[in-house]
Design a protein around this ligand. Structure first.
Ligand SMILES: NC(=O)c1ccc[n+]([C@@H]2O[C@H](COP(=O)([O-])OP(=O)(O)OC[C@H]3O[C@@H](n4cnc5c(N)ncnc54)[C@H](O)[C@@H]3O)[C@@H](O)[C@H]2O)c1
Length: 284
């Protein structure tokens, strides 16, 4: 069956739609594409992909990939899932909507969610193409984390093949629960990781503002230190110096709230997912 699949990509002209479609287009699977926006339709045409309607694409598809924004998943799965054939698979690209019970659920279908990890900051990139591929899905290997929202032993290995292909090159597809995938994304990745990444930029800009140094000077010092901080902390490659440890303690006390671990509580996860999906609250 996995050699002879029909896959429909809904939202093929969006950011993820363009990425996963480019990889799926190169397979022997029968892949069809749908898209609503004129700009998205044009982007697909430029890549040699014809856009058809959801009504044409979905009824005989084995797998339907929803590459639509999370805030639209409730409405779009409500439109599209009733068109799907019995026994087929829904594949979404982020856990938020599944976690918040926003997907239109239908008995007899299998629901899987898979998120790319992006290539590791420690990936040994040996080609210009790997170096340029910061997001992943083109040249730099990454991983993917997947969860079965409804269990299916039949679909799991097929889903893994599709996930590894659409996010390829992929080193490994890890499996977890929808809840734990939501702890990774948004909590670990966005609430914390992306926030700290942007915070590093904000503090660098502020250092330029309050000193006589230009941005190049500040960057020269800071970028090297960001890397050594990551390798020391995450890989244990060098110990932090004794004086550095004291400064780190001072910084943590000045900036980090004592109760930071609460963002791992389900109550907090519900709040951030509700904000992301523009909901009043999450019903689980
Ligand atoms: N953008 C990222 O960096 C990223 C990374 C990982 C996962 N994701 C996930 O991928 C999914 C898509 O996000 P995105 O950022 O690519 O969104 P996007 O807004 O870039 O694209 C969504 C596309 O869906 C189209 N669309 C909307 N309703 C449609 C319908 N009924 N039929 C056909 N097409 C329709 C829109 O026209 C648009 O082109 C989300 O679940 C998101 O969480 C995004």
């Amino acid at each position: 069956m996995s050699d002879d699949l029909k896959i429909a990509v809904i939202g093929a002209g969006g950011k993820m739609g363009m990425r996963v479609s480019a990889n799926l287009q190169r397979t022997n699977w029968n892949v069809v594409y749908t898209e609503k926006s004129p700009a998205g339709i044009e982007r697909n045409k430029e890549q040699g992909r014809a856009i058809i309607s959801n009504e044409e694409a979905v009824p005989d598809a084995d797998v339907v990939i929803f590459a639509v924004p999370d805030v639209a998943l409730h409405a779009v799965t409500g439109e599209v899932v009733p068109l799907m054939r019995e026994g087929s698979m829904v594949l979404t690209l982020d856990p938020a909507a599944a976690y918040a019970n926003q997907l239109f659920m239908r008995k007899g279908l299998t629901y899987v969610v898979a998120h790319p990890t992006h290539p590791s900051v420690f990936l040994e990139r040996t080609t210009p193409e790997e170096w340029a591929d910061t997001f992943g899905g083109i040249a730099a290997p990454q991983n993917a984390i997947a969860a079965m929202f409804t269990e299916s032993d039949t679909w799991q290995p097929i889903a893994e093949k599709i996930i590894a292909t659409m996010y390829g090159p992929v080193i490994k597809v890890y499996w977890t629960s929808v809840h734990d995938l939501a702890v990774l994304e948004p909590t670990l990745n966005e609430t914390i990781g992306c926030m700290i990444g942007q915070f590093l930029k904000d503090v660098m800009d502020y250092a330029v503002e309050v000193t006589d140094m230009d941005e190049d000077t500040v960057k020269a010092m800071f970028y090297g230190h960001i890397y050594i901080a990551l390798t020391n902390a995450l890989r244990g490659s060098n110990p932090f110096s004794d004086a550095c440890l004291l400064a780190m303690d001072y910084g943590r006390q000045a900036i980090i709230k004592e109760d930071w671990k609460r963002i791992f509580d389900d109550k907090d996860l519900d709040i951030v997912v509700a904000k992301m999906l523009k909901l009043d609250h999450i019903e689980r």
